[in-house]
Design a protein around this ligand. Sequence first.
Ligand SMILES: *Cc1c(COP(=O)(O)O)cnc(C)c1O
Length: 233
Amino acid sequence: MRDFSYLDRNFREIRDRIGKAAGQSGTDPDGIRLVGVTKTVDVDTINYAVEHLGLTEIGENRVQSLLEKYDRIKDRERIKIHFIGSLQTNKVKYIIDKVDLIQSLDSLKLACEIDRQAEKHGRIMDVLIEVNSGREPNKGGIMPESVEEFTDEVLKFKNIRLCGLMTIGPVCEELSDLKKFFVETYRTFIDISTKKIHNIDRPIMSMGMSRGFEYAIESGSNMVRIGSALFRE
Ligand SMILES: *Cc1c(COP(=O)(O)O)cnc(C)c1O
């Protein structure tokens, strides 16, 4: 058995930091979902984190990599698998029956294909709309000012359930500069959850990665996606 003690330490530290950030903003730490981003790690590491560290949600950003790992992930029924990377329309069919949430919906074309494949598999696919909160020209995601209109379009699909928003945020020189993008996205999220997605129990605001997730939590995030800070040796 490999020595995974670094994982125990990392997980304890990150849960601690999530707890503190939640405490500081007066939210319940248990209401903040931790998605372990496993894109850089192998299946043994994933299985260890699930079996021994209570990790219940994992995120992968590439179809190929997810498919390679999928069959060897233990306890697949007990965990949720999130797709968090940019998703090509022609690859939706490979993951439609394998993931629990697609976090990166950013075009109508993609929504159409998700709807079509979901129907084919007799399921409803949960999705988040990805917001390009930094308005970066070369990045995926819906521009903040277009999210409301895009939401209305997404809500028309019968086999898609819109559960909330996701954002990455721009690369900032000062980490704290991220906060204004998070705050703006959270406002859009509140707007949409109160006006448009009443059917969802707990709408999801997915923001915050290894660098700067405390700012995301302080801004209202209820789902953080953390890779390197959890899995680095
Ligand atoms: C890689 C990735 C993460 C995690 O990034 P870290 O900096 O390693 O925590 C989160 N979200 C998305 C969409 C990613 O691609």
